[in-house]
Design a protein around this ligand. Sequence first.
Ligand code: NAD
Ligand code: IPM
Ligand code: MN
Length: 364
Amino acid sequence: MKKFKIASIPGDGIGPEVIREGIKILNKIAEADGTFQFEFTEFPWGCEYYTKHGVMMDEDGMEKLKDYDAIYLGAVGYPGVPDHISLWDLLLRIRKGFDQYVNIRPITLLEAAPCPLKDTNREDVNMLFIRENSEGEYAGAGDWLFKGKENEVVLQNGVFSRKGTERIIRYAFETARKEGRTLTSISKGNALNYSMVFWDQVFEEVSREYPDVKTASYLVDAAAMLMIKDPKRFEVVVTSNLFGDILTDLGAAIAGGIGLAAGANINPEREYPSMFEPIHGSAPDIAGQNIANPLAAIWSASQMMDFFGYENYGKNILQAIEKVLIDGNVLTTDMGGTATTEQVGSQVVNYLEEMLAQQTVKKR
Ligand code: NAD
Ligand code: IPM
Ligand code: MN
């Protein structure tokens, strides 16, 4: 039987609570399908591990992860360990080390998902963010000069390589072409007079190879405004690492909340494992209470199914999430309900089970 080896890194805060539910969903699919199974190996890395061992992950952690088919991650970062240490030594180390240069973040308003914008329906919010995930403002390059002195200066350099910029923009064009949708580039060439001028130039160059793809280009400040005022105009979107980070939290807010927003960190060449994770963090304010919304983590599991070539199951997971929303009786507090994390996960499993059983009947 085909086996998918998954490294799970539940991480900090609500991470373990939501990953547990995602694993439940994946196992249910494997059980119903019967031709493949998942083998999960849990790595206990994170801030607690750091306080015990002085490292966020084992020294040879990347070596340990490299042969898995995928990584399933909860969240990293917790009060007590400085964020720049915890994130750079675990989450960002994996994204960079495994060259997961494509961050796919769907901003899709499912039916009955709470949307704070008035007169806004599901047809109005259906964006696919493709965030550069390996360099840019997250290059980790800089300097801290004359520390503590009057003339103290801190530099944080953005790095936009030809290779890194071209490959993400090309990936976005390929996606837009495949989906028959428009591609919007979001940048900031007016103020960032090196990096974003270069970004715009590369976008323009690559666009010539895709005359069939309709394009648009916005400055990031205007884009943020338009995402609220007229989200419909955004379909496939490509943007830099930092802009993508910020705009997808904004997007999450208009597509049902941060508890529903998923992401996939992809190494398209499949030279290294890709990583699936909700876009939210460890939510220390609600951790340990079994009230975190697991739907974002479950949606990331749906992206994992797509990545493995089982788009039908990816779709089924989304349909099951949508049924939970439409039903409206089993939701966590962030969505106005009173259910626990575990109850929401189990409700997705219930709907999924129903759906999968019907499909088996059809197959026969
Ligand atoms: P956060 O996403 O953890 O929380 C922001 C707000 O959203 C909080 O009020 C929280 O309760 C709520 N929230 C988040 N996820 C939720 C869920 N599933 N259900 C219900 N409510 C949810 O962001 P933050 O507070 O800025 O960061 C906390 C820590 O997480 C920091 O250490 C940060 O660096 C880290 N972080 C990690 C990741 C990651 O691992 N991918 C992402 C973002 C932040
Ligand atoms: C995200 C997070 C990370 C990012 C942080 C925790 C480094 O905010 O995945 O959106 O900025 O990419
Ligand atoms: Mn973020």
